[in-house]
Design a binder for this molecule. Structure first.
Ligand code: FAD
Length: 505
């Protein structure tokens, strides 16, 4: 295990095997387990070789930061989604204790709000309660993974009197929570989760850890490739609703793509209106800016019956502080070994033995496994004996989506216009414009009429007046863009901003 301090000012950690008081540790001199691939840097700063200034009116950013969650060996994606054939029961099955020794936690095990901070936290609380029910205070528990689920479980277990060590593969804490102090940005850049969700318990916990948030109500604008702002009709959501209603009457689950066809919701007219946008364009808009970023998947992979079209209504607050401060506060009293990649988990009805890529092994009475679904789907972590069939089935059937973030800072917010859009503001929230109640400056920018590589742009700087945009890149586009080097990547995402820079002739 690595005894180096984790970078990024994470603070005090206890790392070395000798410090794992009470845990049986053994250095294996002749370890033949495969080396895990090194963790690539998750993101980059502005490319050293800047692309040529785009001719489409988009200025060069002064700073850029991007994620590559799909390629990261310790996440293999952004969050789980309901692929065809998956059900909430599968998630429950995945969280069922194994031999009363192992409990799997993490966002993918939550049946209610998978893919969220809320889910990760709830799963950690649930896993700790399972261990407390099955075990006895004073027992030794290994928690694998120092993301929100793992740290929450570890804190609950320590509070319940268990002896806990957390093993984390990366050299940092937080997992899919990753706040960076990127050069060129005055404010923290969140490469993973950035919305709190609407669970008051999560929001309260963030505020307790002094993480600032601002209320966020999505005010979505749509702009054509020619730069014309157009009102968003209900064409796309209506087609999805028809498809889902039809899918609910089918004997087996089908994909959203199949349901759109099978229900007769498509094909929609491809005849453009005066603004140059057809009904088919509006459905493509809903899929590209709604389905893709909320699942990280293409419609032929998403379950029609399980797809949650209302997820955007539960974004909650926008984090303006550092989400990692919450992680650090949770971690503070814990014993955590970073750079400790678990490669094998062996269990009996009496104990759990873990092997690390360093060759060390560790024995505990029980373990909480918060390794992300995307990693469980690979064969980089071996279970011995193999997990029960229902767990294997859940791992195989549930989907892991890919969503990436790109943060861009500009000299000025060229995309902000006076064109207000309607927003469903909560009661009592004022929009600042008494002459046009209900109309607000858009904070979610989308393109209609052409397939943009960036699903949606969030004006994260709007609340504070800073010229910062965060783009969400999803599904197949995310996988494609992850393979690009920084100059090519930057050129593509700037091109995607052209509609907001040009304006109609
Ligand atoms: C781009 C993006 C945007 C998101 N946006 C939002 C949002 O706005 N709101 C929201 O609520 N949620 C959002 N999420 C989802 C949210 O971030 C996750 O649901 C949550 O952070 C998952 O926590 P977790 O503890 O389950 O998993 P993780 O945070 O992934 O923790 C698992 C830990 O296990 C470690 N690990 C993996 N393999 C091993 C191994 N072999 N040995 C030891 N350790 C290992 C990992 O390094 C990691 O630290 C977003 C996620 C992404 C990627």
């Amino acid at each position: 295990m690595d005894s180096r301090a984790a970078p990024g000012g994470i603070g005090r950690r206890t790392f070395i095997a000798a410090s794992l008081s009470g845990f049986a540790t053994l250095a294996l001199a002749s370890c033949t387990w495969p080396e895990p691939s090194p963790s690539p840097l998750p993101s980059t700063a502005v490319p050293t070789t800047a692309p040529p200034t785009p001719t489409n009116g988009v200025p060069l950013p002064t700073a850029m930061r991007r994620s590559r969650w799909g390629a990261e060996p310790f996440s293999r994606g952004a969050f789980s989604f309901d692929s065809v054939g998956s059900t909430p029961q599968l998630r429950r099955a995945l969280s069922e204790p194994v031999e009363e020794r192992l409990v799997i936690a993490g966002e993918a095990t939550d049946p209610d709000r998978p893919g969220t901070l809320e889910a990760a936290r709830a799963s950690g609380i649930r896993a700790a309660a399972d261990i407390a029910r099955l075990g006895t205070a004073g027992e030794r528990v290994a928690v694998i993974g120092a993301g929100l689920a793992g740290l929450t479980a570890a804190r609950e277990l320590v509070d319940a009197g268990f002896e806990v060590v957390v093993l984390e593969a990366r050299d940092r804490l937080g997992g899919r929570i990753h706040s960076t102090d990127a050069s060129g940005f005055d404010t923290p850049v969140e490469l993973g989760g950035v919305f709190t969700g609407d669970d008051e318990a999560v929001i309260d916990a963030l505020h307790e850890a002094s993480v600032d948030t601002v209320p966020f109500t999505a005010a979505v604008s749509a702009t054509t490739a020619a730069g014309l702002g157009v009102p968003i009709p209900t064409t796309g959501p209506d087609a999805i609703a028809i498809a889902q209603e039809w899918a609910a009457t089918q004997p087996h689950d089908v994909s959203l793509a199949a349901a759109l066809t099978g229900s007769g919701a498509t094909p929609l007219s491809a005849v453009p209106d005066a603004a140059g946008v057809s009904q088919a364009d509006w459905l493509a808009h809903t899929i590209n800016s709604g389905v893709a970023p909320s699942t990280g998947a293409i419609t032929s992979a998403v379950s029609a019956s399980q797809y949650d079209a209302n997820r955007v209504d539960r974004l909650g607050d926008l984090v303006t502080g550092r989400l990692s401060d919450f992680v650090d506060a949770l971690a503070e009293p814990l014993e955590i070994a970073v750079s400790s990649v678990v490669t094998s988990i062996a269990y009996t009805d009496r104990r759990v033995s873990l092997r690390l890529d360093s060759g060390e092994s560790l024995t505990a009475d029980r373990a909480v496994v918060t390794i992300p679904l995307g990693v469980l789907k690979t064969d980089t972590v071996r279970f011995s004996p193999a997990l029960p069939l229902m767990h294997q089935r859940a791992i195989s059937l549930l989907g892991m989506g890919v969503v990436d973030t790109v943060w861009l800072r500009f000299d000025e917010a060229f995309w902000r216009t006076d064109d207000a859009v309607a927003a469903d503001l909560p009661d009592g929230e004022l929009d600042g414009d008494p002459d046009s109640p209900g109309l607000v400056t858009p904070n979610v920018l989308t393109v209609v009429g052409e397939l943009s590589p960036v699903a949606t742009w969030i004006d994260v700087g709007l609340a504070t007046g800073e010229p910062i945009l965060m783009g969400l890149i999803a599904a197949a586009q995310a996988t494609r863009l992850e393979a690009l080097d920084d100059p090519s990547f930057q050129a593509e995402v700037l091109e995607a901003l052209a509609p907001f820079a040009t304006g109609p002739d």
